[in-house]
Every structure is written in C-alpha cells, then in structure tokens.
Write a new protein. Structure first.
Length: 227
C-alpha cells in the first residue's frame, strides 16, 4: 500500500489529556506535562475547549501563548486544521487571531476561516461590558467582539521561548531551522534515529518526499561524524 499523507490527528485531546498537553507546550496550568506533544494539535484542541465550553481561562492563556510563541508555529498545518473544524465559533476565534497577527503574512489564509458578521465571545453581557471598558485591542478590528479585560493577558501564564526550548525538542528545532515540517522531522530523528521515512512523515504530518530527503540528510551527517 502506498503512503497516504495525513494532516489531521485521529482525535483531538480533551479533559486531563488536554491539560497535560497544554502544560507540555508551556502553559502554566496545574498538572503533569505530556512531553513532546504536537504544538498545533494542542492549540486547536485548546481553542475548542475555550470556545465550545466557554473556558475563558484556557482561552486567555492560549491567546497569551500565541503572542509569545506564534512566530514558531507551523502555520500551514495550523491553517489546515482550523479550516477543517466544523465549529463556527472555533473558526471565528482563529479568524480573529489571524487578523490580530496579520503582520505575519503566514496567517493570511487563516483569516478567511470565518466570513460571517461580527460575533460576541461572551454569551451575554457584551454590550454592557463594551460600554464600560471598550474592546480588547487585540481583537478590535476583527470578527470577534471581546470586551477589554475578558481575556487576561499575563506573560507569567506561559513559559518564555528560552524556557520552552529547553523542555520541548521540536520547538527547539523550529527555532534553529524555522517552523517547518523539516524541523519537526529532524527532532523526531534525534529521538529515534532508526525511524523509517514513512513513519517519520506520519508522526510529523509531513509528506513522504520531505521525510525521505530529511532521512537522507540525517544519514549523511551521521556518516560524517568522527568514529
């Protein structure tokens, strides 16, 4: 059977597994961290918890995390995950995020995830809160109306890039090589040098061609090492 690329996980994380994954990517929740969890899978799962379950604490820390670490996201894959979400509210959130982070042109396609009228983050009380405090400046020009102060922005809620790079191998490789499938594949090879190209592609959601070339490059550098 030939290789078939996939970019979508079998199932997105929920409950305690999601909490552990969020801790694993540098969000300061209480709980044990899941090591080397996929960044984009975790972020989309967190956005579902935030928007569909009205978990404003998760949503607050998620937005802060994106401000700190967004430069090292694989936005191509994140966009693919977002556009495939059936929830209109989840797509609303990511469209708002994409417009907020519009200076990074990688987010341009994600901005089209939601094309409806402006919608409220909160189920009730938005008009009163907007009249009292105004809008959250991060989302003021976007499709989602968020009263100022609704989503707390506290840098201490997330690890710094240096702290996360020390504990997350793939994130560290993305800083070194750029946020790409190639960087993720290199990180997987560091952990498991014997992995096949097909399995390498599956674990990183990349193409077989990219995995094959990364595998070959790894072998060349391994042969170049002094015995």
């Amino acid at each position: 059977m030939g290789f078939r690329r996939t970019r979508v996980p079998v199932g997105l994380l929920q409950g305690e597994a999601l909490t552990s994954a969020m801790v694993g990517i540098g969000m300061n929740f209480s709980g044990r961290a899941t090591p080397e969890v996929n960044l984009e899978d975790t972020l989309v799962a967190a956005s579902i918890a935030g928007m569909e379950q009205d978990d404003l604490r998760v949503l607050s820390i998620l937005v802060t995390w994106l401000a700190v670490h967004g430069a090292w996201l694989n936005v191509d894959r994140l966009t693919h995950l977002v556009l495939g979400q059936p929830s209109l509210r989840v797509r609303l959130f990511w469209s708002a995020v994409a417009l907020w982070l519009a200076k990074d042109r990688r987010f341009a396609r994600m901005a089209g995830a939601y094309r409806g009228p402006r919608a409220d983050l909160l189920g009730a009380g938005t008009e009163f809160l907007l009249g009292r405090s105004g809008e959250d400046p991060r989302f003021k020009e976007g499709p989602m109306r968020v009263p100022a102060g609704t989503l707390r922005d506290r840098p201490a809620d997330v690890l710094t890039p240096a702290e996360l790079a020390r504990k997350h191998r793939t994130y560290r490789r993305r800083i070194l090589l750029g946020p790409s499938y190639r960087a993720d594949m290199w990180a997987e090879l560091e952990a498991d040098p014997a992995i096949s190209a097909a399995e390498l592609a599956r674990r990183t959601y990349g193409s077989f061609a990219t995995a094959w070339h990364v595998r070959k490059d790894w072998e060349i550098l391994a042969a170049a090492q002094p015995s």
